[in-house]
Design a protein around this ligand. Structure first.
Ligand code: IMP
Length: 427
């Protein structure tokens, strides 16, 4: 039992990267197991800011092995560009420090084209995806007939055979959806992706077997979640979700390692709520307080730059995410963003057609009807970014964090009061 996991309990962007980075030095291997270059992690390391998307935060630590496991969908170009940026700033990353699963699925240009056509067809009801071809790649994985995995990519014959079969079918399907579509050519994609394959081949391996051996050898694993519980394909606010199991449920399937090896699961929450993309958001603040949170918290997407929708902390939604994942404790992030507010609200229950409930609904049509029932607490109106001990927090700030713990139902072990590693209250 030597593994830790870090899971976002809301709609993503909970500042997981900072906690993963803090924990990385106590671990041997960092495993990313879901999503793709739709995710965005900002990590401040050695005083410098790194924006990571597909690479695990372990990449910044020379003594750690980073694993992109089977459940991830990989855009080879995005991977190589991101790795290139890290190499430029931090030096070479040898293949034994960066492993990619040979079972992980590959994103091709037609995935982006299909996604654009699907989103356009939904008009005002668009999912609001990151347009990275994530959902359409997972769609092909589930469909099987049009899927290409990393193991296929690095085998030239298999790659060509698969593309010859798939590309003409994709061209017909996308042309039916989009009149302006320019068909893809097998040779062009083959050439581009063969080039990526040559660069990626040294990194591709059977990561499942690597991880099984690592567990048997007593190595310490850190599972790095991406997105958040409410974006989980099965349990989140469907269909305004991502296409994989972004709650704790995805660790086992995405990595091939049983979650029974995890001795500590840390749920990460923001001291308020944000979401990007479409879908109902009961505690959304479409006013100057929402804008204040967006400005102070710099709530703009790491990947797409989109302004994030901001609102009060929703303990119903977050508690659901925490129970889904089975967390041991929570880390409350970005508490300092609330420093300037006179009073702060926390949604402790929903009013659903006159009935009080703390259940998160199965359907977004019902989520859209939920009226938040708030508990209002006084603000602290003090700059807390320099505080390093719980006992030194202003009384109202501590009360706020304790209320979050009480309503979510799990103890708070970490309080973050700024982006730097030092701005973290652990005791
Ligand atoms: P997709 O993952 O690109 O298919 O997008 C589906 C939904 O998940 C959209 O609402 C995205 O904004 C959201 N999403 C995907 N990745 C992230 C993330 O890392 N943070 C927050 N939202 C995300």
């Amino acid at each position: 039992m030597s593994a830790t996991s870090v899971i976002g309990l809301q709609w993503g962007d909970e500042a997981k990267g900072k906690i993963v980075d803090l924990l990385t030095e106590q671990h041997d291997i960092v495993v990313r197991y879901l999503g793709g270059n739709n995710a965005g992690h900002t990590v401040i390391f050695g005083g410098e800011t790194y924006k990571l998307s597909l690479l695990p935060a372990g990449i910044l630590h020379d003594s750690v092995v980073s694993v992109i496991a089977t459940g991830v969908v990989i855009n080879p170009k995005a991977f190589l560009e991101e790795l290139g940026r890290i190499v430029e700033r931090r030096g070479n990353v040898p293949p034994e420090r960066m492993l990619i699963s040979d079972r992980a699925h590959v994103i091709f240009p037609y995935h982006m084209a299909e996604e654009a056509a699907f989103e356009k067809a939904r008009g005002g009801d668009a999912i609001g995806t990151t347009m990275r071809g994530i959902g359409t790649c997972y769609r092909d994985k589930a469909g099987r007939t049009h899927a290409i995995r990393m193991g296929d990519l690095i085998n030239p014959d298999r790659l060509r055979r698969r593309l010859e079969e798939i590309v003409p079918q994709k061209n017909r399907a996308i042309a039916a959806l989009d009149d302006d579509f320019v068909p893809f050519e097998v040779d062009v994609i083959y050439e581009e992706y063969s080039n990526y394959a040559d660069q990626l081949r040294p990194y591709v391996t059977d990561t499942t077997s690597f991880l099984h051996k690592a567990v048997a050898a007593g190595k310490k694993l850190l599972f790095e979640g991406a997105q958040g519980c409410l974006l989980d394909i099965d349990h989140g606010s469907f269909p305004y979700v991502t296409s994989s199991n972004s709650s704790g449920c995805g660790i086992h399937s995405g990595s091939g390692v049983s979650e029974r090896v995890i001795s500590k699961m840390i749920g990460i929450v923001k001291a308020y709520t944000t979401r990007v993309g479409g879908g109902p958001f009961p505690t959304e603040l479409d006013d100057e307080i929402g804008q204040h949170i967006r400005d102070v918290g710099n709530e703009y997407g790491t990947v797409t730059g989109r302004p994030r929708r901001c609102g009060w902390f929703d303990a119903v939604a977050t508690g659901y995410g925490a129970r889904l994942s089975g967390v041991d404790c929570i880390a409350v992030m970005l508490v300092d963003v609330l420093d300037g507010l006179d009073e702060i609200k926390i949604c402790e229950a929903y009013d659903f057609n006159g009935v009080r409930t703390t259940d998160f609904p199965s359907h977004v049509e019902d989520l859209a009807q939920m009226k938040p029932i708030y508990r209002t607490v006084p603000g602290w109106k003090t700059d807390i970014t320099g505080i390093r001990k719980r006992a030194d927090l202003p009384e109202n700030a501590l009360k706020y964090v304790e209320t979050v713990a009480e309503l979510v139902g799990y103890p708070v072990e970490i309080i973050s009061v700024g982006p730097d590693r030092e701005q973290t209250i652990l005791e």
